[in-house]
Design a protein around this ligand. Structure first.
Ligand SMILES: CC(C)(COP(=O)(O)OP(=O)(O)OC[C@H]1O[C@@H](n2cnc3c(N)ncnc32)[C@H](O)[C@@H]1OP(=O)(O)O)[C@@H](O)C(=O)NCCC(=O)NCCS
Length: 376
């Protein structure tokens, strides 16, 4: 049972490739979150920060923790939680355990100012360096193998995966903070895009961006309750697991969050799922229980995760079209769910959602968090 917590203000920058420094990105998200909470920096009791310990930041600002003290002009307890792509969710989960009243949770990253090769090398820290990477198993390759296994076992096709990318690009085209805002990508373009790693084409992969996202959590009541918060770990490398097509971190964290919230997957009205690659979103449909194992293909074919479907998924555009700045992804999911529950999502608004779920993964299923929020 978690201590009852509430979400106050949230904030995020546009996710993109603009040359804005990490401290400036952080400041923008924090100012929005404070404003949305009607709070000043003096009201904050502690800060939980997530950012990857990367060499990529052109400012070479590897320790952003004291930087936040400078931004807020407050000498507060500040702790950093790195969990690569799952950092934002892990920061939220950790903050919910702390016994402070008003806690600022912030994730920030500036990674997109360097080459794909450099980014690929850096984010390989999130996976198995010893066995996998010597064999060339960088992230797109590991996830492509998972997709191949799912196709062989359950008859999923690349056309099914293309529907996921198409949906997320459509949602992202409606989100002013998304990397691909106002850029509609046709299904034909997606299907005929260059192969990155078979069966993946360009549009099966998320895109790396810069950005920051923040939320203020509190014991004081607001209109959004945290109903569930869970974190589960799995073995680092998929080859160590019993099978490739079920990610037990997602299964375990989903079950725990639903149990805490006393809800079922069918109660969820809107969800942000970790679509680092199209297959990862499809696995999450199954592993979280939105449909049965092997039926993710029917779930997307029937349009259930579309904006007008029974559980709209990745209304922000997801990692695919909003963009994936590593640590901020999990916090951007919280921002999207809070905004959806508050009816602030404009053209991509879901009709009167009550319960929303955020699912964030670090590595290829290594660290997984789930958060369930309720509008009340
Ligand atoms: C797919 C990938 C390899 C493409 O990188 P790339 O070939 O170096 O592409 P570039 O950065 O040179 O971009 C070329 C064009 O493709 C676009 N593009 C790049 N990646 C894209 C993606 N994933 N989806 C859609 N478009 C993309 C760029 O916007 C650019 O378009 P423009 O010419 O109109 O400006 C790269 O996006 C990638 O590695 N993605 C996965 C990231 C990852 O593994 N994250 C961790 C997940 S756990």
């Amino acid at each position: 049972m978690i201590m009852q917590r509430y979400i106050h203000g949230v904030g995020m920058t546009k996710f993109g490739i603009e040359d804005i420094s990490a401290p400036d990105l952080a400041r923008e998200a924090i100012v929005q979150a404070l404003k949305g909470s009607s709070m000043s920096p003096n009201d904050i009791d502690a800060i939980v920060l997530s950012n990857a310990d990367t060499k990529l930041s052109p400012e070479r600002q590897r320790d952003l923790t004291p930087m936040l003290a400078s931004i807020l002009k407050r000498k507060l307890p500040i702790v950093r939680i790195p969990a690569v792509c799952g950092g934002g969710g892990a920061a939220m989960w950790s903050a919910l355990k702390l016994k402070y009243n008003n806690i600022l949770v912030i994730a920030v990253e500036k990674i997109a100012s360097t080459s794909t090769q450099m980014i690929t090398k850096e984010i390989m820290h999130a996976s198995d360096n010893f066995h996998e990477q010597d064999e060339g198993l960088i992230f797109p390759a590991v996830n492509a193998m998972v997709a191949q296994a799912h196709m062989l076992k359950f008859g999923t096709t690349h056309d099914d995966l293309a529907l996921i990318s198409y949906k997320n690009h459509h949602h992202g085209s409606l989100n002013p903070k998304a990397r691909f805002y106002r850029k509609n990508i046709s299904l034909d373009t997606i299907k005929n895009a260059p192969i990155i790693c078979s069966p993946f084409t360009l549009y099966d992969c998320s895109i790396s961006v810069n950005g920051a996202a923040a939320a203020i959590i509190s014991n004081d009541r607001s209109d959004i309750k945290v109903k569930g918060s869970s974190l589960a770990a799995d073995y680092l490398a998929p080859f160590e697991r019993d099978e490739l097509t079920t990610w037990t971190g997602t299964v375990k964290s989903g079950k725990e969050a639903f149990q805490q919230a006393d809800l079922n997957p069918s109660d969820i009205n809107v969800a942000e799922l970790h679509d680092a690659f199209s297959i990862v979103e499809l696995l999450a449909y199954e592993d979280l229980g939105f449909c049965k194992k092997g039926e993710g293909k029917n779930f997307i074919r029937d349009g259930h995760p579309n904006l007008d479907g029974k559980v709209p998924i990745n209304t922000s555009g997801g990692l695919k079209a909003r963009g994936h700045p590593i640590s901020p992804t999990g916090m951007a999911q919280i921002v999207e769910i809070a905004d959806q529950l508050r009816g602030r999502c404009g053209d991509r608004q879901v009709t009167n959602p009550k319960y929303g779920l955020a699912h964030n993964i670090g590595g290829a299923g290594g660290t997984t968090t789930c958060h369930i929020l309720q509008k009340w």
